[in-house]
Write a protein that binds this ligand. Sequence first.
Ligand code: ADP
Ligand code: MG
Length: 894
Amino acid sequence: MSDNAPRLTPMYRQYLEIKKEYPDALLFYRMGDFYELFFEDAETAARELQLALTSRSRDEGGVPMCGVPWHAAESYISQLVEKGFKIAVCDQVEDPKQAKGLVKRAVTRVVTGGTVLEDANLEAKAHTYLGAFLWDEAAGAGAFAWLDVSTGAWTGLQSPHKEELRQWVLKMAPRELLVPDKDEVPLSFTSTPGIQVVRLPARSHFELPQAKERVLAAQHVQEAAALGLEKSPQLMQACGALIAYLESMQKQDPAQLAPFRPLEKGRYLILDEVTERNLELFSRLDGKRGAGTLWAVMDHTCTPMGGRLLEERMRCPWRRLDPILRTQEAVEFFLARKDIRKALREALKNVYDMERLSTRIALNRCQPRDFAALRESLRALPAVRDALLLPEKGRFSTEDERRGETLPEALRLIVKKWVGMEDIAALLTRALKDDLPPQITEGGLFRPGYNAELDELLDLAEHGESRLQELLGEEQQKNSMPKLKLGYNHVFGYYFELSRAQQTSPIPEYFQRRQSLVNSDRFTTPALQELEEKMLTAAERRKSLEYRLYQELRATVAESRPRLAESASALARLDFWQGLAHAAEKNGWTKPELCEGQHLSIHQGRHPAVEAVVGRSAFIPNDLVMDEKRRLILITGPNMAGKSTVLRQTALIVLMAQMGSFVPASEARIGLVDRIFSRVGASDNLAQGQSTFMVEMMETARILRQAGRRSLVILDEIGRGTSTFDGLALAWAVVEELSRRAGGSIRTLFATHYHELTGLAQTLPGVCNMNIAIREWNGDIVFLRRLIPGPADKSYGIEVARLAGVPASVVQRARDILAQLEAARGKARVAKLETAILPGLQPRPVPPATAPAPVHEDHPLLDALRALNPDAMTPMDALKLLSDWKALWGSPSQ
Ligand code: ADP
Ligand code: MG
């Protein structure tokens, strides 16, 4: 605002008062049918939304402004939130007609990336989180809690390890992360593009007593123990911050919150964010989504709830046998019963996002179309249930079968405790029209017959004129006044008129004379007055009655939210299972066997995503067995052989198996894993621009500290990001350490192109070599993509370069250099490597150099050779010499 702004009108003063409270938000200020933005907000919005910037009249200082129609505001707000803006919506909070002077206004809600509820800002099949993080240095503990505002699901964990919390923050990637304002925030939070760090006053948002009070009140419980928070003060603080923030954004109680449960880490297979990325679960290494990701092959869910459950399970697969076996059983059932799956999928396609719909309804942030979507969803429920109870061969053979008693346990329970929501479905069907207006204010929401009073008002509005005619007819008949007429003027409103000539019989008493004209009189009657009154106020009354009915309907539906949540959760599980079964059928996956041991054997395993891209027939399956004797497998082979693929596919098969899914292998036996670590050497990741050798080493260090007895470690070309010998030395030391840690039980797959490492198999227990077969054929190499025991016999880097089209001269020169290097290596380099560069390493047993047997014969050729200095010769000279020698001594007879 400019300094020379003249005296402000009351409206601007009100605006600035309100704006002062929300300096960091764009203020949408309601004026009549528009939301207006002023000053810098207007300039920002005009630029971001491509709106016309105007300015108020001169005497108001030419204030820049722009506006959007109120009924279209939601989509503009969505766009701005998407761009990372925070929006404060300021409404008129009293009826303008009743206002004395300026209408009262107040901010009714604030919308941010982490608190949006509109579908336009949310991905249907992914959670959007609001997070809170704090670290209490004095207590040596911290916490991270996260909440999906749109569904109300929330959880969190407390930990004495800052690093562990940091990894959870990065993994869950909340859109907004609340932190106490004075705390130091890890750089990785502020530098992650998807996370917006929001600093809040510690006193008002994070203090323990207030936090506890807030949490208990919001969850309607008396004791922290009811939420599992009695021994987790930091987690309580984080939860309190979430609620405080939510309240200040929503301007009401957080009615959507589900009961809080701390995350039970012990129940889940943990994958950190780097592993998720390396395994390309949701996006490829190049950051893109879609083909090439595990998600793309696994997601065959039909509803947003099912999709979100799949996402959740993929991020946190199970670690214990029970839930895995229960899921497998359901998946197996849906795989076998194709008829049921088909019917179920059909039914589920009519189910909308019941979780988010019910949140919007509970918070009164809904539109009529939300009710319509909920109605359609609930109407689809009987078909869902019927699908589950389809008889196998056209009819049921037993009564148990009819009742669903023979279904797999998990399904049987759902059928038994079926939450059909028939009452709400019936209510919505009875209440609402088929086609609903986009806004409640437009009216026309309710079906005739739903409310008698509303019906009458509607009838009046529509048929007022004919009701008047009816009344007229009645009076004419009753009083034998066939010439009685109906009229209207502005002064008296409706009246009956009768000419003097017609006034032969006495006028009834209830006819009150209003006006006498020359030839006639005008009357009114109580009935006419009442009808007129009703007609005049009908529009207004109808509007307010519709609004009241709408709110009543909303409250009834909101009350049923717990049941809706239960129903939605059952649908999510059904959808998740059928989706896995569908994927298993489409991709030819089989049921893995899971056990408690340290076993891992995969027969004819495939990489689910690569296979989907290159085609089933083009993908070559591989076997892999890990057991007591083979815990750390070194995989060698040239570039492009398929090392990275076989590594990832193993991790993915384990992950899928522990989700309860079937897996791309003809047989798999998997000893349960509690963590998967996957790291890729720096150069593979360069596309992302964040891979430096330093990052690679930090990640490696983390694995060495965190990997435990049941971990599965996938290391792909670790050490590649530095010079050959540094890298080799590091890779070597890492292999040694991993083979020793946790009593030598960690299962590790280590892909490397350092041949030197293959020697470790002879010295370290549990380490063994495998390689990916290559065939040389007609001077070309053919990738067989087959994993076989033993080390690769040589490196084919130069052959790969030739295949890639590197010019022949360069390839030849590389071969020469390689030959020289290999000749030299046997002596100095390796010796140096083992002694000087790698102190502390056990010297690798070097096979005794097989010195060539001394040559004793005397032959002129030998003399010639001894005298030769190849370095001083040109290729031409050498060729000439060779052909001379051939002529002299090369013929068979000699
Ligand atoms: P490396 O890590 O040994 O350099 P990759 O695992 O990156 O090799 O594999 C290179 C390419 O070969 C992959 O992009 C994939 O398309 C293909 N490939 C790998 N393994 C197989 C396989 N088993 N069957 C078919 N194609 C494969
Ligand atoms: Mg690779």
